[in-house]
Design a protein around this ligand. Structure first.
Ligand SMILES: Cc1cc2nc3c(=O)[nH]c(=O)nc-3n(C[C@H](O)[C@H](O)[C@H](O)COP(=O)(O)OP(=O)(O)OC[C@H]3O[C@@H](n4cnc5c(N)ncnc54)[C@H](O)[C@@H]3O)c2cc1C
Length: 371
């Protein structure tokens, strides 16, 4: 390992780890960032397709959206956003509808012309909400989670939000967009600081009571870890369960395949949940938008097994209790370390916290981490 002064180690260079690393560096600490993958950015990482120049979101579409001023200010220090406004369309039996459930979808689906004040009463008529739910949520949820909606939460049908207007903007946050210079530049710029050294293809391990990377034992400094919490303890109590996704990418010699960035496929019979078409995330880039080719990606949810990419944590009583055991273990380790040399492991991010967080919530959490 390159000899350098290290005051803190950040293991995992996703958006959580990069935010923590930047804060540490700006607080004057010398930070060693370890990233298991060959590149930084975690699941927000993109690849620019060399042939078409299209920014492909390797781990599925990522749209930055937030109403948290501190988060928006922080990310805008590094990149400028293009103002892209996300819309999601859904294909049900070959017809295309605008999500979320609002006047555009409801009027088309029932072939009516409801006004805002009429939506509630219309959906209270027996069978109508169920019909909507069965068309747009039942099949999709079954594919997404491998379970029927009632198995996940019996009250789910009553809780699907309905808008009584024509607003088809998917998110209600005040700020939204995609970095003009691409997502990777966000991470490169966050880590571009004289106090930060980055090592990729370098995984942190906790072995025999010591933190290691490759053959090296790490210096006794605070560690900010955003890998899976169960992996840190070599899965000694078992694996926390996840859903995974498989992506199938295709390049097509057409300018525009589906006319928008994401189309969901609502029916259970269609094996994928959505098709992403990435060029639509950069409407400001005329060269990409007008080029006679496009890149699409089909997304297939699947059962997870150890070794697969973890995407969505599965919230059950068993998984919560397993998570508690790992948290207790972490507390024990931190207690023993603290009594020695003041070192501690802070476990965070989506893998370390075993929770789904949008990017803004990940940044918010990282901005609040005690340094
Ligand atoms: C399909 C999908 C779509 C999403 N779309 C959106 C969206 O549109 N908008 C939005 O705001 N959010 C979205 N999200 C959420 C977003 O992906 C997360 O908020 C974000 O990735 C969390 O960042 P993180 O740093 O916690 O985790 P990650 O991005 O997973 O980063 C963790 C990093 O730690 C590394 N690592 C693991 N173990 C070790 C180790 N032992 N040592 C060193 N490094 C290690 C990993 O390789 C990884 O790079 C989406 C999530 C999914 C699953």
């Amino acid at each position: 390992m390159k000899v350098m002064k290290v005051d803190a180690v950040v293991a995992g260079a996703g958006i959580w780890g990069c935010t923590v690393a930047r804060r540490l560096a700006e607080a004057g600490r010398h930070v060693l960032v370890l990233e298991k993958r060959p590149v930084v950015g975690g699941n927000v990482r993109c690849e620019v397709d060399a042939e078409t120049g299209i920014e492909v979101h390797t781990y599925g579409s990522h749209i930055f959206h937030t109403h948290i001023p501190a988060v928006w200010d922080f990310v805008n220090r590094f990149v400028t956003f293009n103002g892209y406004q996300h819309k999601v369309l859904t294909n049900y039996k070959g017809r295309i509808y605008h999500l979320p459930l609002g006047l555009t979808l409801i009027n088309k689906f029932f072939d009516v012309e409801l006004k805002p004040g009429e939506v509630k009463g219309f959906l209270e008529v027996k069978g109508r909400s169920e019909k909507l739910f069965d068309a747009f949520f039942r099949g999709y949820t079954c594919k997404q989670w491998g379970k029927s909606p009632e198995e996940i939460d019996p009250s789910i049908i009553k809780r699907v939000p309905v808008r009584s207007n024509y607003d088809t903007n998917y998110f209600t946050d005040t700020n939204q967009g995609i970095p003009l210079s691409g997502y990777n530049s966000l991470f490169d710029r966050m880590l571009d600081h004289p106090n930060i050294v980055v090592r990729c293809s370098a995984a942190l391990r906790f072995e025999d009571g010591a933190l290691k990377c490759g053959g090296d034992e790490l210096p006794s400094v605070p560690v900010y870890y955003s890998g899976p919490i169960d992996a840190l303890f070599d899965y000694r109590f078992g694996h926390l369960p996840w859903r995974t996704l498989n992506f199938e990418m295709e390049k097509l010699n057409v300018c525009d395949y589906q006319g928008t960035s994401v189309v969901n496929y609502a029916e259970a019979e269609v094996p994928y949940t959505r098709i992403h078409e990435f060029k639509h995330y950069h409407p400001e880039d005329a060269a990409v938008m007008n080029a006679p080719h496009t890149v699409i990606m089909r997304e297939y949810p699947a059962a997870w097994k150890p070794g697969d990419e973890p995407y969505y944590p599965i919230d059950t009583a068993e998984s919560r209790s397993l998570l508690d055991r790992y948290r207790e273990e972490l507390a024990k380790v931190n207690k023993s370390m603290k009594s020695g040399n003041g070192v501690r492991i802070v476990c965070g991010g989506r893998l370390g916290g075993y929770r789904y967080n949008d990017m803004d919530k990940s940044v918010e959490a990282a901005l609040k981490v005690e340094l």
